[in-house]
Design a protein around this ligand. Structure first.
Ligand code: SAM
Length: 295
């Protein structure tokens, strides 16, 4: 049996963009403990207020205290209502009906198992990711921008690192486009397990791959490194990422806001003797994704 929790959170002193980032981080944590869906259900009047309502659908076996813990220390819960138990069969069916496939640049068709892929379009690589497991269902703009760039890349025979792989969606997309090897890295062990399942689900196990929680000195250099994380972790990884990209390779940084691009690139410049060149900057809503190389 599933239950629906309505949580009231207090974002006092946090601006609208920071609220969205906190919501993403909290959703990640909730999904990692097994919540099936997390939505902000605040009405239009509430959207600019510090008090917001979040609806969480979760298996009845998960204790409310585990849910509460996911909000700490990011924000404060001011009320938690367990509204009603839901008949899981009906909910699952109506939920399945509400999920739509995502098509990126006429290149990738991303959908859960139960949605049929169009047979007539031979250009589309089908990526199967079931929602509600780890970050990386393809819905988020930061993931979509990376996928757009992947769709344009010559990947044949290339070595790729998917840093902060979550579900593994970016590495899987590269494997589908002919990458020679992919290293999947995430510091969350739940995400690593899900990435492993998705590699098999998407028949990419034949592509040389490694699934690990961190890069080591012995990790080989890559032609392309993707890192869709957040500003501060991306800054902290600048030295590692710069050292693991081949001399003519490229790095793709996503998960940052448009006005954070300059400060992020500065950190990367500080950790290389080469000249850093921005090839492309994509923007979607308030998010940016940059493709960089070094000369
Ligand atoms: C925003 S999700 C991106 C998931 C997927 N790559 C995508 O593009 O949709 C960021 C992922 O980075 C992981 N992560 C955050 N900090 C990390 C770090 N320092 N090292 C490795 N992974 C990290 C998180 O656990 C999370 O799975």
């Amino acid at each position: 049996m599933l239950k629906k929790l309505i949580v009231q959170v207090n974002y006092q002193g946090v601006n609208r963009i920071e609220q969205e980032i906190l919501f993403s981080l909290i959703s990640d944590k909730l999904i990692a403990i097994g919540c099936l869906s997390v939505s902000n259900i605040s009405g239009d009047n509430e959207l600019h207020q510090p008090l917001q309502h979040i609806e969480i659908i979760v298996d009845g076996k998960i204790h409310n205290s585990q849910v509460k813990k996911c909000f700490e220390p990011l924000t404060r819960i001011t009320n938690l209502d367990e509204l009603r138990l839901i008949n899981s069969k009906n909910w699952v069916e109506s939920y399945k009906d509400s999920v739509k496939p995502i098509v990126i640049s006429n290149s990738f068709f991303i959908a859960p198992d139960w949605i049929k892929a169009p047979k007539e379009n031979k250009e589309l690589s089908v990526i199967r990711i079931n929602p509600g497991m780890a970050f990386g269902t393809g819905l988020h703009p930061t993931t979509q921008m990376c996928l757009q760039l992947i769709s344009r890349l010559p990947l044949s025979n290339k070595n790729v690192i998917d840093f902060g792989c979550g579900s593994g969606i970016l590495g899987i997309a590269c494997a589908k486009k002919g990458a020679k090897s992919v290293t999947f890295i995430d510091n969350d062990f739940v995400a690593l397990g899900i990435a492993r399942e998705n590699i098999i689900k998407n028949s990419c196990q034949e592509v040389e791959h490694k699934i690990t929680s961190a890069l080591t000195k012995s990790s080989k250099k890559a032609d392309y490194i993707f890192a869709n994380i957040l500003l501060n972790p991306l800054k902290n990884m600048a030295k590692t990422i710069n050292s693991k990209v081949k001399s003519r390779g490229q790095v793709f940084l996503s998960g940052i806001l448009i006005d954070q691009v300059e400060s992020l690139l500065k950190s990367y410049e500080e950790h290389t003797e080469k000249k850093l060149i921005k090839i492309v900057e994509l923007r979607m809503q308030q998010w940016a994704c940059v493709q960089i190389t070094y000369r």
